[in-house]
Write a protein that binds this ligand. Sequence first.
Ligand code: XMP
Length: 509
Amino acid sequence: MVEEKIVVVDFGGQYNQLIARRIRQMDVYSEVVPYTVPLSELAKEDVKGIVFTGGPNSVYLESSPRISRDVLALGKPILGICYGAQLLAHLLGGKVEHADDSEYGSTKLFVEDSRLLQGISKETDVFMSHTDYIATLPQGTRKTSFTKHCPIASFEDEERKVYATQFHPEVEHTIEGQKILENFVLDICNCHQTFLKSSFIQDQVRAIREKVQDRKVLLALSGGVDSSVTAALLSKAIGKNLTCVFVNHGLLRKGEAEQVSSVFGPMDLNFVPVDASALFLERLKGVTDPEEKRKIIGRTFIDVFRAEKEKLGEIDFLAQGTIYPDRIESGLGISATIKSHHNVGGLPKDIGFQGLIEPLDHLFKDEVRDVGRQLGLPESLVDRQPFPGPGLAIRIVGEVTKEKIAIVQEADSIFRDEIRRNGLQKRCSQYFAALSNMRSVGVMGDFRTYEYAVVLRAVETDDFMTAKASELPYSFLSHVASRIVNEVQGVNRVLFDFTSKPPSTIELE
Ligand code: XMP
């Protein structure tokens, strides 16, 4: 279905996914592959250009990630970024050396004549992050820009179609970075802007119909963005042959189960809501260890789902809302070593299906949201912040009880409501209330109280691997604290969590 693509060869840099994202923003398909990719893959006709990413290594070390020099003979345009630029210089016979000082952050770039930098201001801000530098240009290439500390900030050779930038065009701090990437993808590689435009839904619907024909598909619908969009897409493709099982584990946010039912209940799919909250609560009784809680929830989810599947009779396919970063994070690329979360949506593949359907497995999150909008899902569902599979269980420190769930649901609902009302969503990538296991003394009216402390958590992050506490106004926080202690029974203290990740994590457990 993909006719043209730019392949991003991953050498271990932090911004590698971002490069593919930026290219997709141009409606051109791009994917990340490890640097060990066979050259035969890169030689394929649909590969219109190749990007070598940054990485933490030095090209002159034996142990550094390399790619065969034969890649140059494929005749495809190549853009090397940072380590990728140094690697290109090295492969072409130039010289890379180690500097005494690193260059890090925004810096002024002075642009000379260049095809890659066509239309870029003569002086522009770019983002640098490097210690090694290109000391001698490879023969036949020419320097196209420089900075105060970096004599060769970019070079190119139009004839051999090699282009290189020491700076990072994919990072926001490079003010004209998107234009530079566009020059490479649209002008140099000659790509057409057809990916995702209108054809994605149409193409997927056709592909799903061809694969499924008149057989049956089962989807575990969590109400999160990915599984909801998968449900809407499958519903469009195969209507009644889709069954969606929505397991309510009783650990959802306030009103969430009802909202999911009200969106999907009326759709043309067999929506099967299962209220298993009593079973989950029963199995979690007395359990305080976070990992144990996650395992119990994961296992119970599979038990409930399996039991529902038995009731439904013969089903051929399992559908899942897997998205592209899920695949990258589970070992597609080499850069990310991200801890694997127990996601109750992630079912084992061997529970008796003939095949698997994952229609979103090439999309990034914001692309999934776009598809959801095009399919007519409500904004409240499409624009959801991430919510962990084990739900409120990992936002309640210690044992999970009905009383504690009710406290978190109420406090969380107030916090979210106030964030929305005050237009503070932009400052928070994720925000929620949690319950510390601490009870402390307070005074209400003329009486002593001994109640729980609620923790408010709000973080800013791009990748959820690192995060910092959002800077929320003091008056706002004290207003929320006062609403919570006044409106939520069982709470007499509200704390705000200021810690970054690392050393903390976003969730409490
Ligand atoms: P942490 O707490 O590790 O969370 O900083 C990072 C991001 O992952 C989400 N998260 C989970 N998502 N299953 C999930 O589907 C899980 O078990 C899980 N644990 C954490 C968390 O909400 C945050 O967005």
